[in-house]
Structure formats: structure tokens, C-alpha cells
Design a protein around this ligand. Structure first.
Ligand code: AMP
Length: 444
């Protein structure tokens, strides 16, 4: 019988290691201080500006986004992670959260709450884009939505919130770009004008833009290809086609921004990549915008028709989404210091079996008393444990050896001076609390 060569098993040494999918990333512990800094600040902004938290699901009916974002947008046409779930039909991993929140507003009858309803969210979003710097397939956004009011002061408040967020994290020279897309009526007239302009330049357009011209001409202004930029610069500007109501609305928004001393740049080509926007749109750009790059840190605007489009009552609304990864990347590029995670209060070292048991119990007691103790119970060498304590920069180490177990004591070692004090084991927490309070300048 011919010998059959055994196939290499997947888990044999030398088998190819499993990787994350393209465009997906692990967020490692070393990154977490940035994440918790941004998240805490986002939550404090939400609280400060009076937003309640909402957590819509990550998986939604595919139709929600096709209806909300627009069938002829890049997101819906090419970038959704969609699949057919047995019995549920076509579902997608959400590419953004505004549509879900508009849906939730309808689902839960929020129209009967005092208006406007102010909602804040945080979470992962999924877009099947070509991964590159600043563009992932899973990324995180947090956002603020104000539903149920049409006044321009709402637009200004959302813009101010996002602007103040970037100011508070200390980003320098970010720029705020604003524009108005008008209402469906004035936009329709403008789009006709835009189409005429681009038709005459059709042969100069990139292949994607040729398609956009046929399907959704406004998206031509969204093209990031360098070759299409000069055509964009010459294109008719929507601001010249706004009707009186839309013009007055926009004037009011910028007037509020002026009053709040918020600097902004009027950008007539800013259209955003989602179809649901009406009137005000805005983006925050970093210090340097590379040509052709996807670099907006945050964006948002008014979406007065969305709730009605999804089957609710005619309800005006506005909101913004802030990209977490791009914001963190800017913090790093600009070498911004962020608050460090707090170090543990104390290191608990043990030598010998009896001491280990006592130390395990003491550790639980410390945790219940809110004293953050670091440890490495798997190690028996005092030298190694104290080296770790040094690395963690703790002020004190608690040391339990055979002798201390026999005597009913514990050593409290000042890690800076090396001075060790023998303390009655029963008074460990009390003595430690006193020392920590002294350290923090509190009452003893
Ligand atoms: P949008 O929902 O398209 O208005 O995007 C709002 C913000 O989310 C952007 O300004 C980015 O900071 C972030 N963002 C959008 N798409 C991606 C992506 N593929 N990768 C990383 N961040 C993204």
C-alpha cells in the first residue's frame, strides 16, 4: 500500500498563525489609556450638555441603512458587511449609528417625550472599505444626536460641542469646516446645475465620478481623487442656490458660532458621504490634511427628513459623530500628554506556602477596602517580586514571609527609602490607609 504523507495539522508547530482580518485591529492594553481618556471625556461632555446614553444594537436590518444613508452612497453600495440571516432576511453590521438612533426614536415612541430628545452613543462601526492609514473596517465612533427641533441654535450647539471637545483634548490647529446643503427643494435645483456643469467635463472625470454623475451627482463633490479636485474647485456652489429659509437658517448658525467665538471655514464643497443630511453639515479636519486622504476626525449635520423617511412623523434633528481611532492618532502625532492610568497603591509580596495563603486572603481584604494591590502570587522569589513592585512604581510593598506568619506581623516597606516597618498583621489595612492618606496629603 502506498504511504500517505500525513497532512500538517493546523495546531502543529510551524502552522500558520491565525491573524486578525484585514482592517480589524486588537486594541491592546498599552493603547487603553488613550481609549479611557477619550471615553471619559466623551461621557463628561454628554453629561455636561444634557445627553442621555443610548446603545442601539450592532446588527440591524439592511434596509435601514439603504433607506437612511442612500442606496447610491459608497457606504451602502460597496461597504456594508451584510449577510442573510435565516428567518431574519438581509442584515448588516451597522456602518454608523445615526440611522439606528432615528429608528429607535420611532420604535420607542420618543416623539411623546419632551422635545428635543438628546442622545449620546459610543461603539464600533463596520465599513468594508479598502484599509489604509486612518481607514479601518472596524472603527469606533461616539456621537451626539438632538432629535425633535429645527432651530439653528441646535446645529450651533452640536458644532460647539464637537469643537469644544477637540479644544479640551488640546489638539492644535484643527479646522472646522461648515456648509449648508439646503433642503430637498433647493438642492434639487442645485443638483441640476451641478449635473450640467459636470456633463460638460465628463471625459475629465475619474471612473467612479462618471458613475456618480449618472446616479448621485452631489457625491461628485465628495471625490477624494487628486485628478478631480480642480473640477470641484470650479463647480457651482450650493450656497448660491439656497432658498431664503435655508439661507436664513445657515446665517443664524454661523452667527451663533461667531457669538461663541468659534472659528470655522465656510467650505462650499463639503457634502459628507451620507445622503440624509439637510441644511447644515460640518467636519473637523486635523492640522494637516493630506491630499486625497480620508482624514476628517469628526462630522455631522442636520438630517430633518430622516425620521420621516424611516416611517416616523416629520421630525427635524441634528447630530455629530466623532471617530475615536483618528482622534487618538492625532493626539499621538501631536505628542499630547494624556492623564496616566493610576498606579496601584501597594505591592503584596509573599514568601512560602503559609504566607501565600495569608496573602491571598489579605489581597481580598485590600480589594474590598478599595486599596489597589498589585501582586504576582505565582512567583516565590522576593527579589523578583520587589523588582516588579519597583517597575510598577508603587510607594509601598507589603511583605509576608515565614517569620511574619509565625509572629502575626507584616512588613511595610517604603520602596523609595527601603525602610521597612514591622506592623501587627491585624492592623495592616489601618496602617496602610494612614500611610496612603499621608502620601495624598489627606487627613490621617
Ligand atoms: P461618518 O460617519 O462617515 O460621518 O464619519 C465620522 C467619523 O468617523 C469620521 O470623521 C472618522 O473620524 C470616523 N470614520 C469613518 N469611517 C472610518 C473608517 N473607515 N476608519 C476609521 N475611522 C472612520
Amino acid at each position: 500500500m502506498p504511504k500517505v504523507k500525513a497532512k500538517k495539522e493546523k495546531n502543529q508547530p510551524g502552522a500558520k498563525a491565525v491573524q486578525t482580518l484585514r482592517g480589524f485591529k486588537d486594541i491592546l492594553p498599552a493603547e487603553q489609556p488613550y481609549w479611557s481618556y477619550i471615553r471619559k471625556l466623551a461621557e463628561s461632555f454628554a453629561k455636561g450638555y444634557g445627553f442621555s446614553v443610548i446603545e442601539p444594537p450592532i446588527l440591524e436590518e439592511a434596509g435601514l441603512f439603504a433607506r437612511a444613508i442612500g442606496k447610491q452612497t459608497d457606504i451602502v453600495e460597496k461597504e456594508m458587511f451584510s449577510f442573510v440571516d435565516q428567518g431574519e432576511g438581509a442584515v448588516v453590521l451597522r456602518p454608523e449609528a445615526t440611522a439606528s438612533i432615528a429608528r429607535a426614536y420611532i420604535t420607542h415612541g420618543m416623539v411623546s417625550l419632551p422635545q428635543p430628545v438628546k442622545l449620546y452613543y459610543w461603539g464600533p462601526m463596520f465599513r468594508r472599505e479598502r484599509p489604509q492609514s486612518g481607514r479601518q473596517r472596524q472603527f469606533h465612533q461616539f456621537g451626539f444626536e438632538i432629535l425633535g427641533d429645527s432651530s439653528p441654535v441646535i446645529d450651533a450647539q452640536i458644532i460647539a460641542l464637537v469643537h469644544n471637545f477637540y479644544q479640551q483634548i488640546g489638539l492644535e490647529q484643527f479646522s472646522l469646516q461648515v456648509n449648508s446643503l439646503g433642503c430637498p427643494n433647493c438642492r434639487q435645483i442645485y443638483v441640476k446645475e451641478l449635473t450640467n456643469y459636470y456633463r460638460s467635463k465628463r471625459r475629465l472625470l475619474c471612473e467612479d465620478c462618471k458613475q456618480r454623475l449618472a446616479k448621485n451627482p452631489l457625491r461628485l463633490l465628495d471625490c477624494k481623487k487628486p485628478s478631480c479636485q480642480f473640477l470641484k474647485a470650479e463647480a457651482p456652489q450650493i450656497i448660491d442656490w439656497l432658498d431664503d429659509d435655508c439661507k436664513n437658517h445657515f446665517m443664524k448658525v454661523v452667527e451663533y458660532l461667531d457669538e461663541l467665538n468659534i472659528s470655522y471655514k465656510l467650505n462650499p464643497q463639503l457634502v459628507r458621504g451620507l445622503d440624509y443630511y439637510t441644511r447644515t453639515v460640518f467636519e473637523v479636519w486635523p492640522k494637516e490634511v493630506k491630499e486625497g486622504a480620508q482624514s476628517a476626525l469628526a462630522g455631522g449635520g442636520r438630517y430633518d427628513g430622516l425620521i420621516e423617511l424611516l416611517g416616523g412623523r416629520d421630525t427635524p434633528a441634528a447630530g455629530a459623530a466623532i471617530g475615536v481611532e483618528r482622534t487618538i492618532s492625532q493626539l499621538k502625532q501631536q505628542e499630547k500628554q494624556i492623564p496616566l492610568e493610576t498606579a496601584p497603591d501597594v505591592f503584596l509580596a509573599q514568601i512560602g506556602d503559609q504566607a501565600k495563603i495569608k496573602a491571598l486572603l489579605l489581597f481580598e481584604q485590600l480589594r474590598q477596602e478599595d486599596i489597589q494591590a498589585a501582586e504576582n502570587f505565582a512567583k516565590d522569589s522576593l527579589k523578583i517580586q520587589l523588582e516588579l513592585a519597583n517597575k510598577l512604581k508603587v510607594k509601598y510593598a507589603l511583605i509576608l514571609g515565614q517569620k511574619e506568619v509565625m509572629d502575626g506581623t507584616i512588613l511595610i516597606r517604603d520602596m523609595e527609602s527601603g525602610v521597612q516597618e514591622v506592623v501587627d498583621f491585624k492592623k495592616t489595612v489601618l496602617e496602610l490607609k494612614k500611610k496612603l492618606a499621608r502620601l495624598n496629603g489627606g487627613a490621617v
